[in-house]
Design a protein around this ligand. Structure first.
Ligand code: FAD
Length: 388
């Protein structure tokens, strides 16, 4: 395989990282993004797991807010608070994404502030139409986010997975911890992410397997929740946003290929988001890295196999579990046990750091609950034993 002309559509974390890695391998890379740099609606949270997998994120730490404290509120308003030994880093996305693009440019990628309006097959490779300019490339990367033009062109029959919608506000307020509130109707959660100089508040709702949640309903519900639970926060003082979060609830959707002979979908364009936590930045980087590894091996067409073997099972497991995970009885119990048991709180801490796999979650939870109950029973019996 010689030097390829690679067109990367989208300069978020997935596209910027793919461009960086491909340019570092000596390919001719063009990165298209008409909006960059911009503040993508997002929590901007980067887990410990992601920091460990991509150590260069550590260099950006001074630009992030470090948060180690968490609070979860159950559907009936029970609470559990816990700390983590290492921080989640929270970035303004304009800064984080630009830092990745800077690395892509430094490696030799050319960045163009153009919107790609259509892609079609050329005599060899692809022809991209970007605001009246035509570009020919040998390999096409779709990194253009949840509502992807490239995906529509390369995989017109891709199953619809945009059934989750977020509404939120960037509010000029300060909070020391990440907070999450769950609901009785099991259709999503409310979050508070402290950013370096403001607070990102959002509500994620999904419409269930039957379809998408509506943007207006989500926004209305967010305003009502803020008024009820956080009357001191004034959403009117902030900037509102609405956005899709790819949430694959049907595990079969993972069977559809994300790459072919001369194309690949990375990040949100391929639906690479953990359906339970909504964590997408990590999987944007991971999918782009899987592709760049296939490229480095001289076989970019094997990308579909590479991402599946590296992390496909984790995402499929999250999709299989998401409905049970958000079941109000389950959430209520976990938060209830967490309030009483230090070992359940440690489990929650591992979960938010990304160090607890979904595969072993149930077994560990059962073990910790039984242990906690045994410890409480022992404490309860001790004074009685001492009195005898
Ligand atoms: C409200 C909300 C909160 C979230 N919170 C978190 C969180 O805290 N942590 C986390 O890990 N994930 C979070 N996510 C998910 C995360 O934002 C995404 O998974 C992540 O941004 C995906 O990166 P990406 O590069 O694939 O896509 P994006 O970041 O969406 O980037 C796509 C880029 O493509 C560009 N583009 C689009 N169309 C074209 C075109 N036709 N031509 C040229 N350029 C184009 C856009 O301008 C954009 O810059 C959240 C998502 C939402 C909506």
């Amino acid at each position: 395989m010689g030097r390829l002309r690679i067109g990367v559509v989208g300069g978020g974390p997935a596209g910027a990282y793919a461009a960086w890695q491909a340019a570092a391998q000596g390919h001719e890379v063009t990165l298209f993004d008409h909006r960059a740099p911009w503040e993508k609606p997002c929590g901007g949270g980067i887990t410990v797991k992601a920091q460990d997998e991509f150590p260069w994120i550590g260099e950006l730490e001074p630009r992030a807010r470090e948060v180690t404290e968490f609070r979860f509120r159950s559907p009936t308003d029970r609470e559990v608070e816990f700390g983590c030994p290492r921080p989640t880093l929270i970035f303004a996305r304009a800064e984080f994404d630009e830092a990745v693009r800077e690395r892509a440019r430094a490696a030799g990628a050319r960045q163009l502030a153009l919107k790609v309006q259509s892609v079609e097959r050329g005599r060899a490779g692809w022809v991209l139409d970007a605001q009246g300019e035509r570009f020919e490339v040998d390999f096409l990367i779709g990194a253009d986010g949840a509502v992807s033009t490239v995906r529509e062109s390369v995989l017109p029959d891709f199953p619809d997975f945009l059934n989750s919608i977020a509404a939120g506000f960037f509010i000029p307020a300060r909070l020391e911890r990440i907070e999450t509130k769950f609901f009785a109707d099991a259709r999503g959660y409310l979050w508070f992410f402290p950013r370096p100089d403001h607070l990102s508040v959002g509500l994620c709702l999904w419409g269930g397997e039957s379809g998408a949640a509506a943007g207006r309903e989500t926004r209305q519900r967010l305003l009502e929740l803020l008024e009820t639970y956080y009357p001191d926060l004034d959403p009117g003082s902030g900037k509102g946003y609405g956005a899709f979060i790819p949430t694959i609830m049907n595990p079969d959707c993972w069977k559809v290929p994300r790459g072919g002979r001369d194309w690949a979908l990375v990040g949100d364009a391929g639906g690479f988001v953990d359906a339970i936590t909504g964590e997408g930045i990590f999987y944007a980087l991971r999918s782009a890295r899987a592709w760049s590894r296939a490229l480095a091996a001289g076989r970019p067409e094997t990308y579909d196999k590479v991402w599946r073997s590296e992390f496909g099972h984790e995402l499929a497991k999250a999709s299989a579990l998401v409905h049970r995970f958000y079941h109000p009885r389950f959430i209520e119990r976990v938060i209830g046990f967490g309030a009483k048991s230090a070992s359940v709180r440690r489990l929650l801490s591992d979960l938010v750091m990304g160090n607890q796999s979904y595969v072993t979650l149930r077994r560990r939870l059962q073990r910790e609950i039984v242990r906690g109950a045994a410890r409480r029973m022992t404490r309860f019996l001790k004074p009685a034993a001492a009195a005898r």
